[in-house]
Design a protein around this ligand. Structure first.
Ligand code: ATP
Ligand code: MG
Length: 332
């Protein structure tokens, strides 16, 4: 699923896509602020973070906030192609350069001229390709495979990796000079489990987006489903959350997503703790204060049909306090 949508634009600017990237956690907000400062510069940016944290989306967002936004944003996965094919992709080739090269072909550098080239999995580049990339960056020119003339190119480089490049540099697998060239600015995107405040925001966003596409009317999550979403660890990060919501929207029968609509691995951690006694008079002695609080919170959420703002109001606390407490419930 693509999270790009047309930007607001005046008629004379070319059609372009912007990257719709959202988050309210402090760490993501800090990244957004940083990006707004560095995006308009010409500097290269290295994006690191676990799989599915949003590296490519953030790269697009940098491009669309830069002066290059009306020029191409092109991406290549450096780990997906054998060395010689990768080089011909990046730099192009001339007719007859190798078997099968029946026509001259522009490489991505030339195609992205004036725009941005996103080198995904840059840590997977073989050493010889690293040398050629470095030369292209240093000289601002590329030479098509099989050609003996160079063409000037003006391309901004953004790159991403989920490998530890510093370590690869120490072991000699990654060139130091290239590392420093790619890494003028570095942005580390934290895993979703370290910024849980983003989970409800992202979940709600994906729900709307996907339900809209599937033409299903869903107004939210049941409190139990919301709790499961909040306490899951997301090894696959935002992508995993997005896929879970996609599945849930397809399976949902009523007007809310219920625990049974979520993937089994998210439900495995569902426990008796989610239940609790039915009425206040049933609350037994011997419970900790935190447990009593948990029961009240769950009940308030249930009564308000999962509406966190309403539940917070009925409990006499702010919405953000309730989110914090709901997050803690996951650890009870
Ligand atoms: N903050 C966010 N707001 C909205 N959507 C997001 C956000 N972060 C990630 N996504 C979505 O999650 C999915 C994974 O993001 P992306 O492909 O950018 O991750 P990645 O870090 O490049 O992953 P990988 O390392 O596996 O290539 C995409 O569909 C992306 O649109
Ligand atoms: Mg990626």
């Amino acid at each position: 699923m693509s999270k790009t949508e047309p930007t607001e634009r005046s008629p004379e600017t070319p059609i372009q896509e912007s990257a719709h990237i959202i988050g309210r956690s402090l760490r993501i907000q800090r990244i957004f602020r940083f990006v707004s400062k560095i995006a308009p510069t010409e500097s290269s940016v290295l994006l690191t973070g676990e799989s599915g944290t949003g590296k490519e989306l953030l790269a697009r967002s940098i491009h669309f906030q830069s002066h290059r936004s009306n020029r191409p944003f092109l991406a290549i996965n450096c780990g997906a192609l054998p060395e010689n094919l990768l080089e011909s992709e990046l730099f192009g080739h001339v007719r007859g350069a190798f078997t099968g090269a029946s026509l001259d072909k522009k490489g991505l550098f030339e195609q992205a001229d004036g725009g941005t080239l996103f080198l995904d999995e840059v840590g997977d580049l073989a050493l010889p390709s690293q040398v050629k990339l470095l030369r292209a960056l240093q000289e601002g020119e590329v030479r098509r495979v099989g050609s003996n003339t160079s063409v000037r190119v003006d391309v901004r480089i953004l790159s991403a990796t989920n490998r530890n490049l510093r370590k690869a540099m120490e072991t000699g697998e990654f060139r130091e000079d290239l590392y420093y060239r790619l890494n003028v600015f570095q942005i580390e995107i934290p895993p979703l489990r370290e910024r849980r405040e983003d989970i409800p925001l992202l979940a709600g966003y994906f729900l709307q987006l996907i339900a809209g596409k599937m033409k299903k009317s869903l107004r939210g999550f049941s409190p139990d489903a919301e709790l499961l979403l909040m306490r899951y660890s997301y090894p696959g990060n935002v992508r995993e959350l997005e896929n879970a919501i996609q599945r849930a929207v397809a399976l949902a029968e009523g007007d809310v997503i219920r625990p049974e609509d979520l993937p089994p691995r998210m439900r495995e951690i569902e426990t008796k703790r989610l239940e609790g006694p039915k009425s206040a008079t049933e609350i037994q002695d011997g419970l900790t204060l935190a447990e009593v609080e948990g029961i009240y919170i769950r009940r308030a959420l249930e009564r308000q049909g999962g509406n966190v703002s309403q539940a917070a109001k009925s409990l006499g606390i702010s919405r953000s306090t309730l989110w914090r407490k709901m997050k803690k419930l996951g650890d009870l």
